[in-house]
Design a protein around this ligand. Sequence first.
Ligand code: NDP
Ligand code: HSE
Length: 430
Amino acid sequence: MKTIPSIIKIGMLGCGVVGGSVARELASSGADLAARAGAKLELTKVAVRNLSKRDGVADSILTTDAESVVTDPEISLIIEVMGGIEPARELILKAIANGKSVVTANKALLATHGADLYAAAEKAGVDLYYEAAVAGAIPIIRPLRESLIGDRINRVMGIVNGTTNYILTKMDEEGLPFEVVLKEAQALGYAEADPTADVEGHDAAAKAAILAGLAFHSRVTANDVACEGITKVSAQDVATAKSMGKVIKLIAEAKRSDQGISVRVAPMMLDRSHPLAAVREAFNAVFVESEGAGQLMFYGRGAGGAPTASAVLGDVVAVARHIVAGSKGPAESDYADLGIAPKGASITKYAIRMAVHDKPGVLANVANVFAKEDVSIQTVLQKGRGDAAELTVVTHRATEANLAATVAALSKSDVVREVESVIRVEGSAS
Ligand code: NDP
Ligand code: HSE
């Protein structure tokens, strides 16, 4: 007969922004969580790099020996919130090999080594849960993995990085410089240990890969994602977008076509009336388009200690329930194996901002370059005089190849001093 555990001992790898919140919540809501899980949840070991005091964590359970946590025979559930690829990957694999279920928030790891980790968990008959890895507090993994498993998803799109959305919001609304706002986002606990991952789009790319894999039942890694961050988005770009009634957001998009799966992360101009334009600060939102359900939108806090801890603890209780029941959750599904569409095949509208010479005939000359490359112009915004003369051309939908040829030709044109920026514009109709 199966013995039902009355206590589930938990080991945690990392006790920073997320781990600290998880530990405090486990301590303060222990009785409720136990009632929901069907067993007492006891945090018995926490691995950190240095043994400084942690709020809500007894010194006696802190250790710098992470391996002792994942091999402890009394522990049956590991929470990995240390981040990074190594040693997190090896430690998770060791935990799984030792029969422990794992809850992780580590999107960077899942988007690179997910296949090995899911296979190891499946083989060992344990759970590997990761609701916190994408869009912080927003329940999006479970809806894709379970609620929508009977539907056919065609597209997933949204804002999945809190740090960059916080930065772009402050640049847009308060005209603050990039560097100042990045420091604020770091202080608020939104940014990754190395914020390059946020601002260069790698964090969003990892999340987009995870969402695409789940939505399309295929293996998608971070390397499959065409990725551009926000470091090239200037105050002038933000101001130009504003003067056109638009706002710039870092958008992640995964869609399927006959050619396979395309996944992209890039800054994009949206009309201010677009639902994603209203997603401010560190909030995230994810749209899912499926054949049966139609359009669904998931919205909430995408980063920060307490919101992320909510998702981690949701997984902890779910996994604990499985341990109590002697069962496990659904396996990862990659049966469809759709493959990745060739990069550069997408068709999008673009805003090209360029510094131009201030003399007659410039507009006609520029329009001619677009016409030659078969890129149709939707609108033109002209600003400034003399050295400050600037043109922003918004195109109709064009292929990446035609757009690249246009930009190359503009850069060589006598009337263009410099192509300052090229930003995608949301809008599929024209
Ligand atoms: P932090 O940098 O705040 O915390 C990391 C923790 O891991 C620290 O306690 C650190 O120890 C510990 N640690 C790091 N390396 C080691 C190691 N080699 N051995 C032992 N301990 C180690 O990160 P966050 O809490 O912000 O993020 C953790 C994870 O959660 C990451 O995967 C991140 O991507 C993910 N995440 C974060 C979100 C957020 O809003 N912050 C949201 C969603 C996911 P020490 O304290 O001693 O330095
Ligand atoms: N650095 C991440 C972000 C944390 O800003 O969205 C949440 O995954």
